[in-house]
Write a protein that binds this ligand. Structure first.
Ligand code: DX5
Ligand code: ZN
Length: 229
């Protein structure tokens, strides 16, 4: 996974047809997705349940790009090995998920996977400051985690602060929640490079009509790239 700051679109399969993940993943990748974002929820850290490592392992052979696993679970540490074995490329944990995020990030890195740190909307950028040497990605949640299709929270100042804090380090800034053609320019201009989009990519399309996914991906990318100048 070579590092760059080009805009990357990461459709969240939370908005895909759960009975048809293989075909959905092939469709979004054929239509230009750069990464595949996989939302793991435990009904405890967030008020919703999705799937675990067995499902990640089952869908892994269908992913040709990057498997970006967003863990919205607490505790995290007992499950890191299972998600690594399931084939995740990036494993992201929340700073709010426990008292020892530093240890969690060390444990993710020890598996050889890229480590991501997610910040809830109420968590300041400063929470990442002492952890930057341990991370490959900072995920700024622009909705409260748990559900797709929520309204974007404008946290562009936080994104700008993180971008300054990161400087030249090879750390991605990912935005997760409410990314559309309207909101992508705000976060791209502030320094984000990975844009997760669930409803923004999947709405209007299906495996029978994948061109709609392609149009959505292209439109979000163009809006973001346009804002970068
Ligand atoms: C929210 C998830 C997001 C979600 C984004 O808890 O982490 O990845 O699927 O969905 P949209 O793009 O619809 O806000
Ligand atoms: Zn997510």
């Amino acid at each position: 996974m070579p590092f760059d700051r080009k805009i990357k679109i990461a459709p969240s399969i939370l908005s895909a047809d759960f009975a048809n993940f293989g075909a959905e993943i092939r469709a979004i990748e054929d239509q230009g997705a750069d990464w595949v974002h996989v939302d793991v929820m435990d009904g405890h850290f967030v008020p919703n349940l999705t799937f675990g490592p067995a499902m990640c392992k089952a869908i892994r052979p269908h992913i040709r790009t990057v498997m970006d696993v967003h863990l919205m679970i607490a505790p995290v540490d007992p499950y890191i090995a299972a998600f690594a074995e399931a084939g995740a490329d990036v494993i992201t944990a929340h700073v709010e998920a426990g008292p020892h995020i530093h240890r969690t990030l060390q444990a993710i890195r020890a598996t050889g996977k890229k480590a991501g740190l997610a910040l809830n909307p109420g968590t300041p950028a400063a929470a990442a400051e002492e952890l930057l040497d341990l991370v490959d990605l900072v995920c700024v949640m622009t909705v409260n985690p748990g559900f797709g299709g929520q309204k974007f929270l404008d946290l562009t100042d936080k994104v700008r602060t993180l971008r300054r804090m990161i400087g030249d380090r090879p750390i991605h800034i990912e935005i997760d929640g409410g990314v559309t053609t309207g909101t992508a320019p705000l976060v791209a201009a502030a320094g984000a490079d990975v844009l997760v989009a669930g409803s923004g990519v999947f709405s209007g399309g299906s495996v029978a009509n994948p061109a709609a996914y392609g149009a959505n991906i292209a439109a979000i990318r163009a809006a973001a790239e346009g804002a970068r100048g």
